[in-house]
Design a protein around this ligand. Structure first.
Ligand code: GLU
Length: 318
């Protein structure tokens, strides 16, 4: 009898320890959010998203990581190296379908959509002294085309091509937004491509101390680009977005989106999507474009299959 009691006691202890350990394990689910360079918009907004997860979702913590942005991010997400990623909707579409810059790779079928967020304008900023008024004027100039692994870099190639130019016609430098701004300041480069929500910190900073101008993409060129790349849209960079920008500037834009790996549990994605839309004020506090995020528009421009956990939240919230 005594032996039996001792055994039961032991068994209960083991069970309790096991439950506790499993409980603690669940508490410690750590997720990673791939963003972009520190002077872009992905970084502060991805950071705000990670904080929402840590603060509002039980048993989960999240960290935002700085990366080269969209193209690097789809690779990281598809490989399961991160759980969420900020990505341009054009790039995620190409990656999922194995086309454009991904045509020699296997389709990245582990990518799912969580929400589209805000427009990312393809801005071409030029040093005032270089007298660059149109994309054609970039010929022979030293131009920052985005960080290696960025969506910006893909957009730079596409836009140059619309004007019959390639990297053979310019001196292309693969620089992050922050590096591009520094190189424009000290005259090492004459222009930079920046695909990001406006105002972009790197350009704001540059325009307060240096004479720069934005190079327009006129409507006829925008339409040509849209027929080749359907995720492009025509937009205007309103006068006053940057210091000494007196006029509206025509441009093209894509959408920033939050993506998630397909194999992240539905319940976790549901809770995170819910927490995101219940705490949008933290996003608008992190950057002006965070204020664009809206549940009614969260599937506009969605270029991936929506994760079932996120879809469950959208169905419920309708
Ligand atoms: N859309 C940019 C890219 O993928 C990054 C924008 C940002 O960092 O805010 O290259």
């Amino acid at each position: 009898m005594r032996k039996f009691k001792a055994l039961s006691f032991l068994l209960i202890c083991i069970l309790m320890i096991a439950t506790f350990t499993v409980g603690c394990g669940a508490k410690e689910e750590r997720l990673a959010v791939a963003t972009g360079g520190t002077s872009g918009v992905y970084y502060p907004l991805g950071g705000a998203f990670a904080n929402i997860i840590t603060e509002k979702v039980d048993g989960v913590t999240a960290n935002a990581e700085s990366t080269g942005a969209s193209v690097e991010n789809v690779n990281l997400l598809n490989n399961g190296d991160v759980d969420f990623a900020m990505v341009q909707n054009d790039i995620s579409y190409y990656a999922f379908n194995g086309i454009e810059m991904f045509q020699d790779k296997e389709a990245m079928t582990n990518l799912r959509g969580l929400a589209t967020l805000y427009p990312e304008t393809i801005q071409i900023v030029a040093a005032g002294s270089a007298n660059i008024k149109s994309v054609e004027d970039l010929k022979g100039k030293r131009v920052a085309v985005g960080a290696p692994g960025s969506g910006t870099e893909a957009n730079a190639r596409q836009i140059l091509a619309a004007y019959g130019l390639t990297y053979d016609d310019i001196e292309a430098d693969y620089l992050s937004f922050g590096e591009a701004a520094d190189n424009l300041k000290d005259g090492h480069i004459q222009a930079a491509f920046v695909t990001a929500g406006t105002p972009t910190a790197a350009i704001t900073d540059l325009s307060t101390t240096h004479n720069v101008n934005l190079v327009p993409i006129p409507s006829n060129k925008a339409q040509e680009l849209i027929s080749d790349y359907p995720y492009y849209a025509e937009v205007t960079i309103p006068a006053g977005t940057y210091k000494n920008q007196d006029e509206d500037v025509s441009a093209v834009a894509v959408m920033a989106m939050l993506t998630v790996r397909a194999d992240l549990e539905d319940d976790v994605v549901y809770e995170i999507t819910k927490a995101l839309f219940e705490n949008l004020d933290s996003l608008s506090a992190a950057h002006a474009r965070g204020g664009d995020v809206n549940i009614d528009k969260a599937l506009n421009g969605m270029s991936l299959e929506v994760h079932p956990g996120a879809q469950r939240y959208y169905n419920e919230a309708k």
